[in-house]
Write a protein that binds this ligand. Structure first.
Ligand SMILES: [Zn+2]
Ligand SMILES: [Zn+2]
Length: 374
């Protein structure tokens, strides 16, 4: 079948993207789903900072690629070997496929699924197939999803079935922003009721983490960013304290206000300086969880002595260390009960044709989460 999609052919376009237009809306051909794949009518797709990182070449991918990795939709066709999904099911896409059989999947760490990581890096579906083409040219898939498209062929391993009573524009958020942000707080950190938490990098993922920490009963939550407008909004969402990290006294202020530092820092800024800042504001015995995706060659320096004498911990967290089939339905239930109001993060709804403009709004910090409605 033919469908309309946003294709990235060049990672060298300059900002502003409304002018350079890195994403081209093209009519492409989708080949039929294989035995373990489905055809999905994409209903809503979120614009994530990772999409912008690909456009900017910060996280290079094979091209041409149909990008987009945060989406929800309705299944319109199933492959012959698909048993757990049916036509008409509502699903959220997971940006790491989980095979259910490799060692990480077997021990409950599907975010580290081994064949899932391989197919994601190659830019194929889980099966290794490429189902997007135009004339004789095959396109790459983004995270096995390629969501900026009216339709997508997706592996059953990349899907989570959800309730039908959540609107698509909200359910899409659970595929990346909420899964990563809330997961970093609930799965990766030792957060418990009464913890003090600092969150660095208040985009859609950081703000999802903020809402997750509130839901989990954190005693004090400090939002940290370089954008005062975002910090004001964090205050409205329920942050106890908002600190602009451009303030040269920021780390001292936080240590003073928290009597020596916070229990947990959740880091989503994706820059070495953010980790180094996190280190300074973590109390003795505290921990840092980094869930950001920095440049591939980024490194950071920390004082080794304090690591030992202060017993600080630092860990990485991919996809919120989530089990998507467990966590996405759980988080959606919390949302439906009003306990995880992630709909408040949506600042713009747009058409696929406006996608380049949306990248400008994301880069300038004007937008939090923007949703393409199909
Ligand atoms: Zn994302
Ligand atoms: Zn696996």
């Amino acid at each position: 079948m033919n469908t309309k999609a946003a294709v990235l052919r060049n990672m060298n376009c300059k900002f502003p993207y409304a002018q350079s237009r890195p994403l081209i809306i093209e009519e492409i051909e989708l080949l039929p789903p294989g035995p373990d794949e489905v055809l999905l009518k994409i209903k809503a797709a979120g614009i994530c900072h990772s999409d912008l990182s690909i456009i900017e070449g910060v996280r290079p991918r094979p091209l041409p690629m149909v990008i987009g990795h945060e989406a929800s939709g309705e299944i319109v066709e199933v492959g012959s070997n698909v048993k757990n999904f049916a036509i008409g099911d509502h699903v959220v896409c997971s940006f790491v496929p989980s095979c259910g059989e490799c060692l990480p999947c077997s021990i409950g760490k599907p975010s580290l699924c081994e064949p899932g990581a391989i197919s994601g890096a190659k830019g194929t579906l889980f099966s290794g197939a490429q189902k997007i083409k135009k004339d004789t040219e095959f396109f790459f898939h983004h995270s096995g999803i390629s969501a900026f498209s009216e339709y997508a062929v997706v592996s059953k391993h990349s899907l989570v079935k959800i309730k039908q009573d959540i609107p698509y524009e909200y359910s899409a958020l659970f595929g990346c922003a909420v899964l990563t942000g809330v997961g970093a707080a609930l799965n990766s950190s030792s957060l418990k009721m009464g913890s003090t938490v600092a969150i660095i990098g208040m985009g859609g993922v950081g703000m999802s983490a903020l809402l997750g920490c509130i839901a989990a009963g954190a005693k004090e939550i400090i939002a940290i960013d370089v954008n005062d407008k975002k910090l004001e909004f964090c205050k409205e969402l329920g942050a106890d304290l908002c600190i602009n990290s451009n303030d040269p006294e920021a780390d001292h202020k936080i240590k003073e206000l928290t009597h020596g530092g916070v229990d947990i820092v959740l880091e989503f800024a994706g820059h070495p300086s953010a980790i180094e800042f996190a280190w300074k504001i973590t109390k003795r015995g505290g921990e840092i969880v980094s869930a950001s995706l920095a440049k591939p060659n980024a490194t950071f320096q920390l004082p080794l002595t304090n690591l030992v004498t202060d017993e600080k911990k630092i860990s990485g967290c991919y996809m919120g260390s989530s089990v998507p089939r467990r966590d996405i339905p759980n988080y959606i239930d919390l949302f439906l009960k009003g306990k995880l109001p992630v709909d408040r993060l949506i600042t713009h709804k747009l058409k696929l044709e406006e996608i380049n403009e949306s990248m400008d709004r994301l880069k300038s910090g004007e937008a939090i989460r923007q949703i393409i409605m199909f």
